[in-house]
Design a protein around this ligand. Structure first.
Ligand SMILES: NC(=O)C1=CN([C@@H]2O[C@H](COP(=O)(O)OP(=O)(O)OC[C@H]3O[C@@H](n4cnc5c(N)ncnc54)[C@H](O)[C@@H]3O)[C@@H](O)[C@H]2O)C=CC1
Ligand SMILES: O=C(CO)COP(=O)(O)O
Length: 296
């Protein structure tokens, strides 16, 4: 049996620990001690060969700087987001700590709650090192179908961007603009994130597969998504602080909307939905924002 360590005992880290324990010996750690099975210290996890990191994108830079020690571990990154303060993608952040051959990124439509119930799920493991992707793929249980890809940047951008579109879809639903509007928003969101990804060298097909359309359809159409619920809250006129307090969990689409705004400005890119989400988060009236986007 392989030993796998999971860092971050939030919703996704816990669900992955549960799923991976079907075939492996799994240990988990978090910044605050938890009374859960196989909870160990970070030091013990860092000694393991295979590690899943489920710390949110906005926290990872500082965490790596303060806590990570490279001992040649193989890393699977489970977060989906772009760092707001710098506009850096996760693979840029990890580059300073882990070699490309030792790292893979997880993507695909996967609500933690459903994984915890062992419901059928499909995931993609993305790495420049195909052997490593295959290795991580072999760790997953029978109820999770795994695919592999070398398009790290495509998977990463799709996974992060769909959270922003999910916020917009939540706003649309909260304003009761109808299913036509939602479909228009989601399909244009898909094109927007694909165009953005391709500008960074991503493969077009990653956006029509599980990592892109798959995860976008899931997240932008369900109240199970935290990002979608952020949008519902914004439509009701709630502030970011109120929404996050009610949520009590991470919603990566917020930080990512700020990151995309920074990137769009720096690189002079046209990202219309991401811009509207950013502006709504900054206080623009959600109805006039979506109407200006959806009408002639
Ligand atoms: N929940 C889900 O269904 C899925 C989540 N994800 C992604 O996984 C990542 C984590 O999400 P969740 O676990 O759902 O969020 P969560 O809000 O349930 O948990 C976040 C975890 O990160 C830990 N954490 C936060 N800041 C930290 C820091 N500075 N140092 C150490 N630990 C820190 C928290 O203690 C908590 O355990 C996000 O990027 C999310 O987009 C990806 C797929 C599915
Ligand atoms: O990434 C997810 C499902 O694939 C989870 O989405 P939320 O963070 O919006 O809940």
């Amino acid at each position: 049996m392989n030993k796998i360590g999971v860092i971050g005992a939030g919703k996704w880290g816990s669900a992955l620990a549960f799923a991976l324990s079907e075939k492996n010996e799994v240990y988990i750690t978090s910044r605050t001690p938890r009374d859960i099975k196989n909870f160990v210290s970070l030091e013990e996890i860092l000694e393991l060969k295979y590690i899943v990191i489920a710390i949110p994108a906005q926290e990872i830079s500082l965490w790596l700087k303060e806590h990570f020690v490279n001992k040649g571990q193989k890393i699977l990154v489970a977060a989906k987001g772009i760092e707001a303060s710098s506009g850096l993608f996760l693979n840029n952040i990890y580059k300073d700590y882990v070699k490309d051959k030792d790292i893979a990124y997880l993507s695909g439509p996967s609500f933690a709650t459903e994984v915890k119930k062992s419901l059928p799920t499909a995931l993609v493991i993305n790495s420049k090192n195909e052997e490593l992707s295959d290795k991580f793929a072999s760790f997953f249980p029978s109820f999770i179908k795994t695919y592999t890809s070398t398009d790290v940047i495509g998977a990463e951008i799709a996974g992060a961007y769909k959270n922003v579109i999910a916020i917009a879809a939540g706003v649309c639903e909260g304003l009761e603009l109808g299913k036509n509007a939602a479909a228009a928003l989601i399909s244009r969101g898909l094109v927007e994130m694909q165009r953005f990804g391709c500008a960074y060298g991503a493969k077009e097909e990653s956006f029509v597969g599980l990592s892109g359309a798959g995860d976008l359809f899931l997240t932008a159409s369900s109240t199970m998504s935290r990002n979608f619920r952020v949008g519902l809250g914004l439509a009701k006129g709630k502030t970011q602080t109120e929404i996050l307090q009610e949520l009590g969990e991470v919603a990566e689409g917020i930080g990512t909307a700020y990151a995309l705004q920074k990137i769009a400005k720096d690189r002079d890119l046209y990202l219309p939905i991401a811009r509207e989400v950013y502006e709504i988060l900054e206080g623009k009236d959600p109805l006039s924002s979506l109407k200006s986007f959806l009408s002639n």
